[in-house]
Design a protein around this ligand. Sequence first.
Ligand code: EPZ
Length: 414
Amino acid sequence: MHLSIRGGTTLSGTVPIAGAKNAVLPGCAASLLTDEPVIIHRVPRLRDVATIIAVISELGKDVEYRDDTIVIRHGAPLHSQAARRYVEQMRASFLVLGPILARLGRAIVPLPGGCTIGPRPVDYHLQGLSALGARVKDGMDRVVLTADELRGARFRLPYPSVGATEQLLMAAALASGETVIENPAREPEVFDLVSLLTQMGANIEADQDVFRVRGRTELGGGEHTVIPDRLEAGTYLIAGAITAGTVTVTDVRPDDLTAVVAALGESGVHVAVADDAITVDGNDRPRPITITTAPYPGFPTDLQPPLVALLARADGESVVRDTVFPTRFGYVAALNRMGAKIAVSTGAARITGVDGLTGTDLTAPDIRAGAALVLAALTADGESTITGVDQIDRGYTEIERKLQKLGAKIDRRD
Ligand code: EPZ
């Protein structure tokens, strides 16, 4: 299967944004904290969502998909061991570790795979769970955790890791006493998990600098609608900008996209923000900018590849640094094959803007780099084919249908 894209069309129109993948994934892991039903609305049909559903189903949950709602019920007694074949496919599967441990006092989870965006260790997850009293046996290819009882503790994350913060929030919700997580991640998806856990009866005080969790002996079910996907929204805004088009994303929370709106504005794209919609109006060539990714509220690393694609056609030299995943520039070679002039050094891309790109055969290496190649192909002269579409499907629902509605010449072919 591949995407076939004929570039050069100016996009115009409106795209409704789906629920956030990165909120649904921890939400599904959180369902393991209870035997009561957990209902999640606004769930996007994505490969990564199918993967987490497979993981929790194998662990004992009974999951029913109804339109964009999933109903997660108790099926079989909870297992302590997660299936390797799924955890290898997607790093977020590792989030089941804390909930299983908290419920059963024992958890065995393979070390995760996922996007090829640089080293992604799990040491902060393990250090945090150890602080709560878990004994960790860290093997070559899996971790075995045991705990007679998880006890609340004060733990300072060395870095505001999204996954480690979520892992600790879930484990601490069922630990005895109070857990204080210092230097937590503040991504909107983390706060979305806090609202689901709170619905399930967890006692969490989450302010900007510190999260306090007073553990409960058990949690109940919950019903929750996830937040809009700010990364999908950002990608379509950049699609509008890169084609010098006018694109509106709807059903979004603009406050989650402040850094993205600022970056687009700085690059000369006209951006109009409404209550739950954002419109971009692109120029033929954006202005060059210098930008550094950072944990939220900074510019998101996940939109770094699409932004680099946009700046490849800027009218001058841009610099994009990625402090979150400094080696996340593997896709740049593909942009250069399309005629871009981008030099990568440790943690940064120096982009000399060119007048135009040329379509070619491309392979999507991961979700967001895949999206960046789609955007580059949309602005390129001639035709591009993009294989590895399953990577793009991990994070974008019906990308070709949404782009076709905006006027793009894009097809999915076998
Ligand atoms: C989440 O991954 C997202 N995934 C990623 O989105 C996103 O790129 C990333 O956060 C950063 O925003 C989900 O939410 C499911 P981290 P996560 O732990 O939690 C280092 C996408 O395309 N680190 O915040 O795995 C790590 O190496 C994806 O949707 C450790 O050193 O990211 C990285 O440099 C891909 N040890 C930094 O922290 C640890 O134990 C941030 O990683 C954990 C992390």
